[in-house]
Design a protein around this ligand. Structure first.
Ligand SMILES: Cc1cc2nc3c(=O)[nH]c(=O)nc-3n(C[C@H](O)[C@H](O)[C@H](O)COP(=O)(O)OP(=O)(O)OC[C@H]3O[C@@H](n4cnc5c(N)ncnc54)[C@H](O)[C@@H]3O)c2cc1C
Length: 458
């Protein structure tokens, strides 16, 4: 069968679209196949009652790899700065400066007290200074070696300096808010490494026209030498003698079509890639690694519509990390920065919520109950002004859950597969220290570099 495309990309998430646009720019005729009727996967937009809601990712890291890819392929990326960070502790809001965040954290803890006796404050100025210097040092440099942090979790590491409960709630919210792992789950070395790679998450932006709009700019790039087919699930990745040869796609109406190509880039996660291409093409070692290493994370995505600003009511541009609640870990007042996302005069707030353990499946009904309580505790007049317009628990076995991307190298699958000219991109195959959309874009860049070495366009 003649090859109509050099490359087929399965899935149009950030990883898939970045890889497709970069491949097109390198001269590869590329086809993107997406099972849904919209582009972007977990970086996209769904409209509910006139509100432009997120399908997953909220903020993009300016100095991360997504802006790099857009620039590289000549696509406009619409972002508005939302870099201010606040903490919400016990209903009180505190602004956190971009510089010296750690010292500011300890100052907040001392002001709030929060413990008994010794742990009431951070044990005096001397210890506070030592602790904040040490922590700032660890935040500032890439601490890759668990030996440097004694192999401790972030919580254990902090316990060396303070047992103040407010300090621990704050560090847990910093950890779950940025890396979707609790401070008692993540090794301190991984957390500090992540914060240094992501440059402290100091520069983030929101999409004023919605995330889908940004992804559609990559669609335009792909269409300059290829196609993007929506509502077109791939049912098989074809492999012959250990080499990828094409895909089978189910088109609207149910008919299946075989499409031959030289390379396939899969954006559906390593597990689904194996399902589509057939276990028989993988050595047992690869399959065992996949069973052990791939650990998706449960999260719940909430959108609230409100008549008045509930979060950062001064109209500040940024996000609030929420400490000490049952489930809510972060709140982003989207319309403070992008009023276009809601009907005129209304406010749209995105809340990220996590269960007490991110390692096992959650009970969605319990999550919804707890989130409802949190929202009323955070905003006592919630029912007068606001309503939940969407609440979506994404469990560990759901199709589009959050990837466990903070895991150290032993817990990442490689982007290369044992099948020649078949690569994975997206969550689950990110480079160490990266997470979210930035990690997906960085992985796409790496895969297209490998593609260039393995396959000639045309
Ligand atoms: C609640 C939540 C909040 C988040 N917040 C942030 C944030 O603020 N910042 C950040 O950077 N990251 C954030 N993330 C993470 C970020 O959303 C993901 O890392 C990223 O979007 C994942 O992209 P991906 O490349 O893995 O593709 P995905 O988004 O997983 O897309 C895969 C695509 O493949 C399609 N597909 C599946 N099967 C098939 C098939 N058989 N045939 C064709 N197509 C198929 C799917 O429909 C989907 O469109 C968040 C995630 C969640 C869930």
């Amino acid at each position: 069968m003649a090859e109509r495309y050099d490359v087929v990309v399965v899935g149009s998430g950030v990883g898939g679209m970045c890889a497709a646009a970069l491949a097109v720019k390198k001269g590869y005729k590329t086809l993107v196949l997406e099972s849904l009727d919209r582009v972007g996967g977990r970086y996209s937009t769904v409209e509910i009652d006139g509100y432009k809601c997120l399908t997953g990712a909220c903020v993009i890291h300016y100095s991360g790899w997504v802006p790099w890819v857009f620039k590289e392929v000549g696509a406009p990326l619409e972002l508005r700065d939302a870099s201010e960070v606040y903490y919400n502790i016990k209903g009180q809001e505190f602004k956190v400066p971009l510089q010296n965040r750690v010292t500011a954290l300890f100052d907040i803890c001392n002001r709030l007290g929060g413990g008994e006796g010794k742990s009431k404050n951070i044990m005096g100025g001397m210890v506070k200074e030592v602790a904040s210097k040490k922590l700032s040092g660890f935040f500032g440099k890439a601490v890759m070696d668990p030996k440097q942090t004694g192999g401790l979790t972030l919580r254990e590491w902090l316990l060396q300096y303070t047992d103040n409960p407010v300090a621990h709630a704050l560090f847990d919210s910093l950890s779950i808010g940025w890396v979707v792992a609790h401070s008692y789950e993540i090794p301190a070395s991984e957390y500090f490494y992540f914060m240094s790679v992501m440059k402290g998450m100091n520069d983030i932006g929101l999409a004023p026209k919605g995330n889908k709009y940004n992804m559609e700019q990559l669609v335009k790039v792909v269409k300059s030498n290829g196609d993007v087919w929506l509502a077109s699930p791939v049912t098989k990745i074809l492999v012959s003698k250990g080499v990828v040869t094409g895909v089978v796609v189910r088109k609207e109406g149910g008919a299946e079509e075989e499409i031959a190509c030289k390379a396939v880039i899969s954006n559906v996660g390593p597990r689904k890639t194996v399902e589509l291409s057939g276990e028989e093409n993988y050595p047992e070692e690869y399959l065992r690694d996949m069973r052990v290493k791939l650990r998706p994370v449960p999260v719940t995505l909430v959108h609230v519509a409100s008549e008045k600003p509930l979060v950062m009511p001064g109209g500040e541009h940024g996000m609030e990390l929420v400490a000490g609640m049952r489930r809510v870990t972060a709140a982003v007042p989207l319309t403070n920065t992008c009023p276009e996302l809601a009907p005129k005069g209304m406010h749209l707030i995105h809340y990220a919520c996590s269960p007490p353990s991110t390692l096992v499946a959650m009970d969605p009904e319990e999550e919804i109950r707890m989130i409802n309580k949190d929202l009323r505790d955070l905003h006592p007049d919630f029912d007068r002004y606001a309503k939940i317009i969407s609440i979506e628990p994404k469990n560990i076995d759901d199709d589009l859950n959050e990837g466990r991307s903070w895991q150290a190298a032993p817990y990442q699958m490689p982007r290369e597969t044992p099948v020649k000219n078949l690569w994975n991109v997206g969550d689950g195959v990110q480079s160490r220290g990266y997470t979210g959309t930035s990690g997906c874009a960085e992985g796409a860049k790496n895969v297209v570099e490998q593609l260039k070495k393995a396959v000639k366009p045309g």
